[in-house]
Ligand binder design. Sequence first.
Ligand code: GTR
Length: 334
Amino acid sequence: MNRREVVKGGLAALAAGTVGIGGAAPALAQSKMVLKASDVHPLGYPTVESVVRMGKKLETATNGRLSIQMFPSMQLGGEKEAIEQAQVGALQIARISVGAVGPVVDDVNVFNMPFVFRDSKHMEAVLDGEIGDELLNKITANDKTKLVALGWMNAGSRNIYNSKRPVKALADLKGLKIRMIGNPLFIDTMNALGGNGVAMGFDQVFSAMQTGVVDGAENNLPSFVAQNHYQVAKYFSMTEHLIIPELLVFSKASWMKLTPEDQALLKKVGREAQLEQRALWYEAEAKALEKMKEVGTDIVTSVDKAPFREVVKPVWDKYGAKYADMTKRIAAVS
Ligand code: GTR
């Protein structure tokens, strides 16, 4: 685009009262901006709902000048695509799992290590303390990420489910093909547990289980229910092998076009979204459990996790050394 086109584009946008901040026009403090947001989950899911509410707050605070257009249910693609689109400014807000961010920002991969957190409460304490802030700052400060990290979100713990048999102990996992998020760390984790880890996009999991391409997957309770996985996987075991937090990120390319006041406002409502999502999360977990009982999911709650922790040691040997200090700091958080 030459300069004249840029000016023309800017004027046309001004005439329409709207500036798509992914475009070439500079920030115009008084122009309307519609921030595109993406999530893999459907409307009503805690992460989606909290960002929708964040949009309403933005509208109120700016008399409608700033708003959020939510694209739920993978309408803009999976999480890898969301990260890429945010990096080039094609969308502004992405809610993504740290599982998908690990391959882009190595520092956060420590949260993807099996059994790194004792439980969800431990994870929350880590996120709410100095480690949480430190990692958000690292994501933002690293020029390669091209993202501004606004906050963390809860995603409970991940559990293994499948269509073949109840997994009560490691031996039951032998030979089961289990879908994992596309991050080598997760494939190695599943293989260490005795299953066969298969990397696959979230959008493909249901049909892959239905057609037998995989025997199962692993996820938290609300995802298991929201994605209808219970229809094709009867057996659900509370293995809690991964507790992966999620991130709310903003496109740095778009961020740079905002006024400092709008940036501050976004940080504020982003932080509030984190806290609101947390409350919504626990409600969603309880509701999902109810639904699973209602539809007759076979839930194994009494998994002895000690052997699970033991067999993932090779994963720690392979990936854990560079996170040794951070791991100690995480463990020390009470
Ligand atoms: C969900 C998470 C998604 C996505 C998905 C997956 O728990 O909220 O962001 O990472 O898991 O397994 O791909």
